[in-house]
Design a protein around this ligand. Structure first.
Ligand code: ADE
Length: 224
């Protein structure tokens, strides 16, 4: 799977996409990340990217020409399954959307800044708009990193133990059960006996029960 990310702050994406599981996914050849500095497509001597909004009001708007030039430099070379704009007014990112996106081949992700991007770019090029939550970030880079990370980790082969993504919270509409490691007794706080029993069937049942219990308490909306 290939991600092309268009940004004015490439440094913000390098860290999240070049460590740990993301870097291993790249090393295994399962994904590739291509970060494009929008500044390279800026207008004139100053490489201008944004301008005042028509109609007045505070905040700059990202201009059409640099974005169109950058997008077309990519779409001229290969086809993309989606051109995604990360924005607070997009469709909410859920595990379901993450799983669907992980089946795609090539994605472009546009990171906005300032007041956002000119509406005509959304109309002409963008095929999917995604929000990572009901709050506003300073720019789209962190949202893009969240999107790329969540999609990449569910691609088969990315996690060593492939089944572990299947047991993540939300994969079956439930929160994950509690987990424990050594010591079995931490200052008098004991690991539930059943986890030490070696009985896989009973352990599975206990985990399912705990998942329901946790979901009922913390996120009853998921059970509806
Ligand atoms: N850009 C700024 N805030 C955002 C959010 N909540 N989701 C996606 N992109 C954003």
């Amino acid at each position: 799977m290939r991600f092309d990310i268009i940004t004015v702050l490439p440094e913000l994406l390098h860290g999240p996409l070049h460590h740990s599981i993301m870097q291993r996914a790249v090393d295994k050849g399962l994904v590739s990340f291509h970060i494009h500095n929008l500044r390279d497509y800026g207008l004139g001597r100053t490489k201008q990217l944004d301008d005042y909004q028509y109609g007045g009001g505070a905040g700059m708007v990202m201009m059409c020409e640099p974005l169109a030039a950058c997008i077309e430099s990519l779409t001229n070379v290969r086809t993309y399954d989606h051109i995604i704009y990360v924005t607070p007014d997009g469709e909410q990112l859920t595990q379901g959307l993450v799983n669907r996106l992980s089946l795609q081949g090539n994605l472009i992700i546009i990171c906005g800044h300032y007041k956002g991007i000119d509406e005509r770019i959304r109309e002409k090029y963008v095929t999917l708009e995604v929000s990572i939550g009901d709050y506003v970030l300073s720019g789209g880079e962190l949202a893009a990193a969240v999107l790329v990370d969540s999609v990449t980790r569910v691609i088969p082969g990315v996690l060593n133990d492939e089944t572990s993504a299947l047991f993540d919270s939300f994969q079956d509409g439930l929160l994950a059960p509690p987990v424990y490691t050594r010591p079995a007794d931490f200052n008098g706080m004991k690991v539930p006996d059943i986890l030490l029993s070696g009985n896989d069937k009973l352990i599975d049942e206990w985990r399912t029960e705990q998942s329901y219990e946790r979901t009922r308490k913390r996120r009853p909306d998921l059970l509806k």
